[in-house]
Ligand binder design. Structure first.
Ligand code: ZN
Ligand code: ZN
Length: 139
């Protein structure tokens, strides 16, 4: 289903079909920029280039590079210093939505949460046990 959408790059309306995020004109510009970036990265000495270096050398915007990495057009496996910002802290990552640090933090928070629940359950058990033993004693 096509819908009319604002092109995020130039602001023109275009028919959005779920395939392209930008209008045809910008898409063509993007493809040209992608070619430029890809040609740059294919040179052995540029393999390890980071985003800043690519922006400097090709003039392509940082956000466009982030998008290509996120979509897998530029593969971190081939170009180890590429990435896109973590949803949480903005540090560069190349897997998932969060960087390794934030993933760890979330895991830890979850563990802490689990531990808190377990502790509460244990306390409840103990209270119940105390209650029963007391009422036992009364009888
Ligand atoms: Zn456009
Ligand atoms: Zn992060």
């Amino acid at each position: 289903m096509a819908e009319l959408k604002h092109c995020p790059t130039c602001g023109e309306f275009f028919n959005y079909t779920g395939v392209r995020e930008v209008c045809a004109k910008c898409q063509m510009d993007e493809e040209k920029m992608y070619e430029t970036v890809y040609r740059f990265l294919r040179k052995r000495e540029n393999r390890a280039a980071n985003i800043d270096r690519i922006v400097e050398a090709t003039g392509v915007s940082e956000s466009l590079l982030h998008r290509w990495v996120r979509k897998g057009r530029l593969q971190p496996a081939l170009f180890p210093n590429l990435g896109y910002p973590c949803d949480k802290c903005g540090a560069l990552t190349n897997t998932g939505k969060l960087c390794a640090k934030c993933t760890d933090e979330i895991k830890q928070e979850l563990n802490t949460h689990d531990a808190a629940v377990e502790l509460r359950e244990a306390l409840k058990e103990r209270d119940r046990a105390t209650y029963y033993s007391q009422s036992d004693r009364k009888r």
